[in-house]
Write a protein that binds this ligand. Structure first.
Ligand code: URA
Length: 199
């Protein structure tokens, strides 16, 4: 069927792009890393999750959100009856910044064409941005600015991104919720909104 053909084409396009990202030398971040972390999941996913940058475990494995924040992310997905292989998980920056420092504006500018290409290929219906860096980056396309992520979290922004109609939902970064029960509750609340948007 046409659906099958489209699915295969998307998966191949995502994998071709991942191979390019693995060789990327456009900024110096790669020099201190073991692996690029292009992102992974279902290339036909309705839901895409966008984090910040790989941490230590992600750099060692080449896979996004495999550390403690990743476990929490899997729990949040399970809460809305999704598993990580049913969604697509990516980051705005594809190589780990030294010591997990924040990615610099220049690094984000250099790296995000890869994420944009992933969004074009996958065409998700809903994009959840995890934390203030990825939320700031995505919302800049709508000229939406914010001071604190807690001011806008859980808001559904309907828009068109790279030719696709999409709903953007910014929320907190799961790493921020590891030791903060109030943040964890906020994340659970926002994921219930995500579940409703996908229903
Ligand atoms: N935090 C992120 O933002 N991304 C990962 O892939 C892992 C932890």
């Amino acid at each position: 069927s046409l659906g099958m053909v489209q699915e295969t084409g998307r998966q191949e396009a995502v994998e071709r792009l991942a191979a390019v990202i693995s060789e990327c030398r456009k900024c110096p971040l790669w020099e201190n890393t073991h692996h690029a972390v292009p992102g992974e999941g279902d290339a036909g996913a309705r839901l895409m999750l966008i984090g910040e940058a790989p941490g230590k475990q992600e750099d060692l494995s080449g896979r996004p959100f495999v550390g403690r924040a990743g476990k929490l992310l899997e729990d949040l997905l399970a809460g809305i009856d999704l598993s990580r292989d049913e969604v697509f998980i990516a980051n705005i920056v594809k190589h780990r910044p030294p010591g997990n420092r924040d990615p610099r504006d220049e690094e984000i500018r250099t790296c995000t064409p890869y994420l944009e290409e992933q969004i074009r290929i996958i065409g998700p219906e809903v994009i959840v941005t995890l934390g203030r860096h990825s939320s700031r980056y995505i919302l800049s396309y709508l000229s939406v600015e914010f001071d604190r992520i807690t001011d806008i979290r859980g808001t559904v922004y309907s828009c068109s991104l790279f030719g696709h109609p999409v709903r953007l939902i910014p929320t907190l970064h799961p790493a921020a919720a590891l030791y903060n029960p109030a943040y964890r509750e906020a994340l659970e609340e926002d994921f219930r909104i995500v579940g409703r948007e996908l229903a």
